[in-house]
Design a protein around this ligand. Structure first.
Ligand code: HPA
Length: 255
C-alpha cells in the first residue's frame, strides 16, 4: 500500500513478556560480539508463517537484563551486522492517556526521553567505526520510520486489529516504576504511554540508518491512574493475550 515500507530482512526486538514470538520457528542462532560488546543474547533467525525475520530478546533469555543495563548499542550493531534492513521494537507500556486501556496496541509517532546515563550514541567514542568517526547530529524530528509505521497500521487494519497510531512514548529510566507525580508530569508533557526501553534504542537505529518503529502493548494503567496494583502477574496476563495479536501482526507484516 502507499507509503508502506516492506522490509526484506526485518529484525524484531522483543521486550518484557515477549521473549519469544508465538509461531516463530528458529532455524539459526547467531552469537556475536560487536565493537560495543555483546548483545543481550543470541540473535535467532527463522520464520513466522513462512516469513523470515531476525529475533532478539531485549532483556535476554531468561528475562534478566534491567532496562538501564541493556547494551542497546551492541544489539543494534549486531542486528545490522546480520543484514537487518529494518527494526520492529515490541514494548510493554503503561497507559497515561485515559483513552488507552490494558490490551491495547499502540504504534507511537513521537517520544520524550527521560532516561539518563545510558550509552546513547555511536558517535564520539574511541571504538566508533570509520563510518561513524565523524560526528553527525542525526535528524530525529520524527523518531519513528513513517513507512514501517504505515505498514503496521495497514496490516492491523487488514486483520481487523484495533491499533492506536498517534501517541507519544515516554522513555523512563527504571527499573522501578514511576511515582504518581512523575506520571502527572509526563501527562502534562504530552506523553500517552510510558516504558523503560524505547530510548536510546530508537536514536541508535537512526544513527545506523535503520528504519525503526515500535509496537507497544499497554499492560497497565500508569502508576497513580488505575485501581489495581501493578504487578508482574497482572502484566503477564495482559501480555499473554497481547502477544497473540503481535504474532498475527508479525505474520501479516512478513508475508
Ligand atoms: N511504567 C514504565 N514502564 C512500564 C510500565 C509503566 O507503568 N508498564 C510497562 N512498562
Amino acid at each position: 500500500m502507499k507509503g508502506e515500507l516492506v522490509p526484506d530482512r526485518l529484525a524484531v526486538i522483543g521486550g518484557t513478556g515477549l521473549q519469544v514470538v508465538a509461531g516463530f520457528e528458529p532455524e539459526t542462532s547467531h552469537t556475536l560480539e560487536t565493537p560495543f560488546g555483546a548483545p543481550s543474547g543470541a540473535i535467532e533467525e527463522g520464520t513466522v508463517a513462512g516469513g523470515r525475520c531476525l529475533f532478539l530478546a531485549r532483556h535476554g533469555v531468561p528475562h534478566r537484563i534491567a532496562p538501564h543495563r541493556i547494551n542497546y548499542r551492541a544489539n543494534l550493531w549486531a542486528l545490522r551486522q546480520l543484514g537487518a534492513d529494518a527494526v520492529l521494537a515490541v514494548n510493554a507500556v503503561g497507559a497515561i492517556n485515559p483513552g488507552m486501556a490494558p490490551g491495547q496496541l499502540v504504534v507511537p509517532d513521537q517520544l520524550v526521553d527521560y532516561t539518563w546515563g545510558r550509552e546513547h550514541t555511536f558517535y564520539g567514542g574511541a571504538k566508533a567505526s570509520a563510518e561513524l568517526a565523524e560526528l553527525e547530529h542525526v535528524e530525529f524530528t520524527e523518531p519513528y520510520d513513517a513507512g514501517l509505521r504505515q505498514r503496521l497500521v495497514d496490516c492491523a487494519a487488514a486483520l481487523g486489529l484495533e491499533l492506536s497510531r498517534s501517541a507519544t512514548y515516554a522513555a523512563t529510566q527504571g527499573p522501578r516504576l514511576e511515582t504518581a507525580a512523575e506520571i502527572r508530569r509526563l501527562g502534562n508533557d504530552g506523553c500517552d504511554v510510558v516504558g523503560m526501553t524505547g530510548m536510546p534504542e530508537a536514536a541508535l537505529a537512526r544513527e545506523l540508518g535503520l528504519p525503526y518503529a515500535s509496537l507497544c502493548i499497554v499492560v497497565n494503567a500508569a502508576p497513580g491512574l488505575g485501581d489495581e496494583p501493578i504487578t508482574l502477574e497482572a502484566m503477564g496476563e495482559v501480555l499473554e493475550a497481547g502477544s497473540a495479536q503481535v504474532a498475527r501482526l508479525l505474520q501479516a507484516l512478513l508475508n
